[in-house]
Every structure is written in C-alpha cells, then in structure tokens.
Design a binder for this molecule. Structure first.
Ligand SMILES: [Zn+2]
Length: 414
C-alpha cells in the first residue's frame, strides 16, 4: 500500500479521537472516585451510601471495560485497513470470479461475521463477569449462545437482501446511485422500525399484555387524556437476561407499542409507572421520533453524497490498503472510517437527545405528577446503579440523558 493524504487523514482522525476518548474516560473515573464517599446533597435522604458506592464502582468497572473495547476495536480497524486484512479477504472472495455484486455481498457478510466473532470474548466478560459481579446478570450460558445464534441468523436474513439491493443499485443505476441507495436505505429503516416490535423483538423476548387491572385503568386514562392511540401496553420478560429495568416506546404508525420491563413494573408503584409512561408519551407528543428520523435522513444523505464523490477516487482505495477498485469495497471502507469522523460531532447529538429528555419531562409534569416521576427516577438510578456524579464534560459529550441531579432539580422546579 501507499500512504497518501487519505491515509494520513484517517490516521489523524483515529489518533485524535482515541486521545479524546481516553482522556474523557480518565476524567470520568477520577471524578466518580472523588465523589464516591458522599451521596450528593439532593439525594442524601433518598439513596443510601452503599448504593451510591455500588453505582460508582459499577460505573468505573464499565468505563474500564469501555477503554479495553475502544483499544481493541482500534487495533482491529488498523489490522483491517493498514494491516492488509481487507485486502486479503477481498482477494480470497475474488478468486471465485463471481459478479461484483455477489463478491461484494459475500465480502461484506463475511466481514460482519468475523467482527461479531471477535466481539464474543468482551461480550462474555461483560455479561458473566462484570454484570454478574454487581448482581445484574440473569443470563445463562445457554441463553447467551441461543441469542447470539439468533442474532447472526437474523443479520444474514435481513442483511443479505439489503446488501444485494444496495450493491445492485450502485453497479447499475448510473451517477446518481447514491441518491437511490439513500431512498432504499430510508425505506428499509422505516420498515425495520415498523416491523421491530411485532416481528423481531418477540424472537428474543416474551411480551405479555399488561394484566394488572388497576395499573391498566390508570394507563388507559392517561393515554386517553393525551390523545394517544397505541397497539397496546406490554410487559417484557427483561428479567430473564438482566436485573436492569427500563421502559420504552417503540414502533411506527399503527404498530406503536409501549413496553415496560417486568423488573421495572415490579419496583415502581402505580403512580410512578404512570409518570414514567407520561414521560415516554412526551417523546411522542413532542415529535422526537419524527425529528430523529429527519436527522438520520439528512445525515445519511450527506454521507452517501460524500461517498458518491470518494468512490470515484483511486487514492481512496490505495490509501486504505486496497489494490483493486470496486463499488462494494468503497462502501465497506466508507462504513469503516465514517465513525472516526462522526465521533467529533457526537456531542451535538447527545445535546439534542438531552434537550428531548427535558421536553419529555416537561410533558410528564403537565400530564402526570412531577413528584412521582422524581421518585421513579431515583428508584431507577438506584436499582440500575447509575452514577449520580458523572464527570460533567464526559456527560456533555456522551450522555443521551441529563445527569440525575440536573434532571431532578428541573422537575422539582428548583
Ligand atoms: Zn426519555
């Protein structure tokens, strides 16, 4: 391979991004350690010291694992690109002398498969060592393997037609291919959002309609008050895998669903559950889902337009260790290096997400009771061992949700 301006640009983004990430993680750990021995004043009467310390230790352990994972994936990316890994895989598939579309599909699928095999050790460690040490893991070895096999089978089943279609468009549809690929990609994403709750999530989890009569009546009343039509309220058996609890809102059009983890239903009172649901409805009512889709559409269109230009440029391939130019390799290289650059604008997306959380909280405050939402949040922080004292800069960069003290102070109108 030859080092050209593309190689240096990619290496520079990789190095700067890595330094920024490690620096933020180090700050995060130092900050949490410094605040480990005292529950923040606002929570002093709500969260016991041992729970606060457990959250600190858990967050620090997860951050260490995150650092290991970052270093590992950086090393693997270097091996794929500058170590000749992709070139080797490409040469192997080219030896079958299939069409470009088939060779490319085989290359991308095998690349994904190798990636998910490399991820297994860290994922095993995370589930059976780290989560287990803090009492969260409920997963058995058998379930882990079954989940993994299902995940891989599903990725092949859904990924193969998508990759074939994208590569076919890239080969056959002329210079505006990137626009057609974008249209297919958006259609695919919307289809997945629609299909996920009804057809994909049940492959992994069981979903039961909410049965608790009292809770159901209250929730139905809330939904009516908010003018919200959904395809049901479901309880998911999250406890078969983990002690972490959550609630979310999923689906699209008439396929909208509200899902509570069974772990959460168990620990929250009816008042608190209603307040959490009002927050989730706030996301819908304030059009956060539509806004996120619009943002994703704009980002992917910009990305594909850049790829449309790069893919014609031989320096793009040679600078990244590839000797034979092909549309499929252009696509794969692009998918590999894009995250190195989007990392630097990720704080904007985190800020957007936190703004949405505040709006959803405001909505919940109007439709339900702020006090109940606060006590629900405190329970969720405690039971999930989420830290109350993240490093402010780390939080600003990464967190999709505002730090607990900020969020709760706002709910209490302080
Ligand atoms: Zn939210």
């Amino acid at each position: 391979m030859e080092f050209n301006e593309i190689s240096w640009l990619v290496l520079a983004a990789l190095a700067i991004g890595l330094v920024v990430q490690l620096w933020l993680e180090k700050r995060h750990i130092t900050y949490i350690r410094a605040h480990r021995d005292k529950v923040p004043d606002a929570f002093a009467d709500k969260i016991p010291l041992d729970a606060h310390q457990k959250a600190a230790d858990y967050t620090i352990a997860k951050t260490h694992l995150g650092i290991a994972s970052t270093l590992l994936s950086t090393g693997i990316l270097l091996l794929w690109i500058f170590g000749g890994g992709l070139e080797l895989l490409d040469t192997a598939w080219r030896s079958f002398a299939w069409s470009n579309i088939l060779t490319g599909t085989a290359l991308i699928l095998s690349f994904m498969l190798i990636g998910s095999l490399i991820d297994i050790p860290l994922s095993l460690y995370s589930t059976f060592v780290l989560e287990d040490r803090f009492g969260f893991n409920k997963m058995t070895g058998k379930l882990f393997i079954v989940d993994m096999l299902k995940g891989i089978a599903l990725a092949f089943l859904i990924g193969t037609p998508l990759i074939l279609a994208v590569l076919w468009i890239m080969e056959k549809s002329g210079s505006l291919w990137w626009f057609y690929v974008w249209a297919v990609w958006m259609g695919f994403s919307l289809l997945m959002m629609w299909a996920y709750p009804k057809f994909i999530a049940p492959i992994f989890n069981k979903f039961q309609p909410l049965e608790d009569k009292e809770l159901k009546d209250r929730i139905t009343a809330l939904l009516e008050r908010c003018g919200f039509a959904s395809n049901g309220i479901f309880v998911m058996d999250g406890s078969t895998r983990s002690g972490h609890g959550n609630a979310y809102f999923t689906g699209f059009g008439a396929n909208k669903r509200i899902v509570f983890f069974d772990t959460l239903i168990k620990s929250l009172s009816a008042d608190e559950t209603e307040a959490v649901l009002a927050h989730e409805l706030g996301h819908f009512k304030r059009n956060h889902i539509k806004k996120s889709i619009a943002l994703m559409a704009a980002m992917s269109l910009a990305g594909l337009a850049i790829l449309g230009w790069l893919i014609e440029n031989p320096a793009f391939y040679s600078g990244l260790g590839i000797s034979s130019v092909s549309t499929y390799m252009g696509l794969l290289l692009f998918m590999l290096i894009v995250p190195l650059f989007t990392f630097f604008i990720s704080p904007l997306f985190s800020a957007f997400s936190r703004k949405n959380e505040f709006e959803a909280d405001d909505y919940a405050k109007q439709q339900s009771n702020a006090k109940d939402l606060v006590s629900a949040l405190v329970k969720m922080y405690e039971e999930n061992a989420s830290t109350l004292t993240p490093d402010p800069l780390h939080s600003a960069f990464y967190d999709s949700h505002p730090p607990a003290p900020v969020r709760i102070a706002r709910l209490q109108g302080v």
